[in-house]
Design a protein around this ligand. Structure first.
Ligand code: NAD
Length: 332
């Protein structure tokens, strides 16, 4: 007899749904990708053909399919609430992209509904699964830097890249519908990462922003957004998000400074370094490929594991809300 698999449908086949979740679920042993959903028929049909699954243009039609046990909500943030609400009402588990909803009250409603129905409702905070961040957490917990004292995180996205994905007239710039501008949206994973790595809450944040028209880039606003934070365990830190740099200059860097003078530095998604006195240095290079690079495959696998083993995910609605509350203080 074959083992029970979780039937999955991915709703929203854009940047994250089409390029990360669909290929990931196709390869997860406990999951069966049953269908894809997008309002753009040409796109839905193309992805469905490539992965040999059914497609739907209306999520409500997909929810009638008894082979679908779980829905991945990867549509633009303004539609998360509607799709997640309908999915829970149809007794489907939900993996929901971040930010969960523009309005925190709606996230609370979804969390309560899923809990009452006994369904898994997991925010996709995939940085908790990115290989070099997983190693960073392991080393911090082993005490290799003593007690963490300070943390810095910065992420630079090439302006032209973001201008193509989320031009100024797209949903990502509608504060009312999306909760904030792209700096808000794109900060939530790393804000959660800081909380998770240090096992502590961000108690205080002070943001400064500089939004500017960039030369030769139409229908877009560049941003340099910086925050100073203090966590409840005393750790201080900085967060820096930007979308003004040139193509090819996209990068991210995380540093954690410890009480034994050692520092952990994670660069992009594939490198981690521990430095001590003078030339004392240890390096890790991560070679994961495809949807494993940023932890999407691992997050999606964990979601399936939670459904199959009936366990509550370690990532909760409360985590999503805490990250969004810090991000929502960005003055835009
Ligand atoms: N986890 C990550 O790494 C990550 C990265 C970027 C974005 N995101 C989040 O993922 C979500 C989607 O972002 P994106 O950049 O992929 O967006 P996108 O605009 O690239 O793609 C969204 C897709 O959803 C489709 N769509 C819109 N309304 C729909 C509906 N009602 N039903 C079905 N399909 C619908 C669109 O046609 C489009 O194909 C956002 O909430 C965003 O914040 C997550």
């Amino acid at each position: 007899m074959s083992e029970k698999k979780v039937g999955v449908a991915v709703a929203g086949l854009g940047f994250v749904g089409g390029r990360a979740h669909v290929p990931a679920f196709k390869k997860i042993p406990g999951a069966e990708l049953v269908a894809v959903i997008d309002v753009i028929e040409e796109l839905a049909q193309k992805v469905a053909t490539k992965y040999n699954v059914a497609y739907y243009l209306d999520h409500k039609e997909a929810l009638k399919n008894p082979e679908i046990d779980a829905i991945v909500v990867a549509v633009p943030t303004p539609f998360h609430y509607k799709l997640a609400f309908d999915a829970i009402a149809s007794n489907k588990h939900v993996l929901c992209e971040m930010p969960l909803t523009a309005n925190i009250a709606e996230s609370i409603v979804l969390g309560k509904l899923a809990e009452k129905a006994g369904l898994v409702f997991m925010p996709n905070l995939n940085f908790r699964f990115t290989p070099n961040y997983v190693k960073t957490k392991e080393l911090i917990e082993q005490g290799v830097i003593g007690k963490p004292l300070a943390i810095t995180f910065r992420e630079f996205i090439p302006a032209k890249e973001l201008a193509t994905q989320w031009p100024r007239d797209s949903w990502a710039w509608n504060k009312e519908k999306s909760g904030g501008y792209p700096d808000f949206t794109l900060s939530v994973w790393s804000i959660d990462l800081v909380r998770w790595l240090l096992n502590s809450e961000i108690e205080n944040v002070h943001w400064m922003t500089n939004y500017a028209q960039l030369e030769e880039i139409e229908n877009f606003t560049g941003y340099q957004t910086m925050g100073i934070i203090k966590l409840s365990n005393g750790v201080v830190g900085t967060l820096h998000y930007s979308a003004t740099v040139a193509l090819g200059q996209g990068t991210s860097k995380l540093e954690v400074f410890g009480s034994n003078t050692k520092t952990l530095t994670a660069k992009w998604n594939n490198f981690l370094m521990l430095t001590g006195e003078d030339s004392e240095k240890q390096e890790w290079n991560f070679t994961e490929k495809g949807t494993k690079v940023w932890g999407h495959f691992q997050a999606d696998s964990y979601f399936i594991e939670c459904i199959l083993t009936e366990k509550k995910p370690m990532i909760t609605v409360d985590d999503a809300i805490k990250a969004q509350n810090v991000a929502s203080k960005i003055v835009s």
